[in-house]
Unconditional design. Structure first.
Length: 168
């Protein structure tokens, strides 16, 4: 531990952890390298590809540019925090159903971005989906299966809310 290191307390996927960090250390490296949340990918390290996207208080953020000190009092959700051990989250299931991944590198960031979108807008238009995922690059699948997966997830989540008595 260097003289400038310090201990931060983080809330990740509903769990509180303490970690020693360096000044301006990116959240992405803490998540992957120190805490083992490897779904948070290392892509461009410049905020341009979206593969490291996580939710911070429900908002999608590229974790490669986000100093860990800035998220101490916030709830961080990674892909590992979406599903239960027994079943996939409806967004993950829709991505599988629509073959919305090939190499899978962009998938965690796409899913986290889709989650944020569907949490604030449960019935997005195609244009709204395209706008939401515009910061996430995919080099192999193409965007049509991803947009289709988000639409299916929206329908699935809406149906689940209706069955639970939630929704409008």
């Amino acid at each position: 531990m260097s003289s400038s290191s310090r201990i931060v307390e983080l809330s990740i996927n509903g769990r509180t952890v303490e970690e020693i960090v360096e000044p301006m250390e990116p959240l992405q490296s803490v998540l992957r390298d120190k805490l083992g949340n490897t779904a948070t990918k290392t892509g461009c390290k410049q905020g341009g590809c979206g593969s490291c996207t996580v939710l911070v208080d429900g908002e999608p953020m590229v974790s490669c540019l986000l100093p860990v000190e800035q998220v101490e009092d916030k709830e961080i959700t990674t892909l590992e925090g979406l599903n239960s051990p027994d079943e996939l989250h409806p967004i993950q299931a829709a991505f599988t159903e629509h073959f919305a991944m090939q190499c899978g590198y962009c998938t965690p960031g796409m899913i986290m971005t889709a989650k944020a979108l569907l949490d604030r807008n449960p019935d997005p238009s195609r244009e709204e989906i395209e706008e939401a995922i515009s910061g996430n690059l995919c080099r192999c699948t193409g965007y049509q299966p991803i947009v289709d997966a988000v639409r299916t997830a929206a329908e699935s989540l809406d149906g689940a809310e209706s069955e639970d008595g939630g929704g409008d």
